[in-house]
Design a protein around this ligand. Structure first.
Ligand code: SAM
Length: 147
């Protein structure tokens, strides 16, 4: 993600669908950290993790870590966001079933009950760059219903 405007739009969309006001969030595979910086600016305490140290901006919310083993306590976050990271991991690192299950388990563990996993797949970006409308229907929003 290059543009903070997109990060704000995503947040507005998630708030609209879920009717929740998140206080804490985590972005998996945050890269340069555009979403992390913008959500923090909007007063959501947001952390970003990435295997690579390419984070830009205020570094305090950034942790070098693997999405398969998250360095956070259980039930810490209202939102865990996959902003075109998991698709990238599958494609570039050939993550298979076992790695993806680990990411899912860790995401579930650090989400509070009633929190949301928000996932923006590659198709969301591909179609929006091509100029298609209504690509927001590609954003997946999944509520954690039990521990
Ligand atoms: C396509 S980039 C997305 C970056 C960011 N979400 C954005 O929108 O700009 C995918 C990121 O996932 C990171 N990544 C890959 N495998 C990872 C893993 N196991 N744990 C954490 N991050 C990982 C990569 O280093 C890369 O920065």
């Amino acid at each position: 993600m290059e543009d903070p405007w997109e990060a704000r739009n995503i947040l507005d969309y998630v708030r609209g669908i879920t009717q929740c006001s998140p206080q804490t969030a985590l972005e998996l595979g945050c890269g340069r950290g555009v979403l992390v910086s913008e959500w923090n600016r909007l007063k959501i305490r947001t952390y970003g993790i990435d295997l690579r140290d390419v984070y830009e901006g205020d570094r305090s919310p950034f942790v070098i870590a693997d999405a398969r083993s998250l360095p956070f306590r259980d039930e810490l976050f209202d939102i865990v966001c996959d902003n075109w990271a998991i698709d990238d991991m599958k494609r570039l690192q050939n993550y298979q079933e076992e790695a993806l299950k680990k990411i899912a388990r860790e995401t579930h563990r650090v989400l509070r009950s009633g929190g949301y996993f928000v996932t923006l797949p590659r198709a969301f970006y591909t179609l929006s760059w091509l100029g298609f409308e209504d690509v927001k229907s590609f954003i997946g929003i999944y509520r954690k219903i039990r521990q």
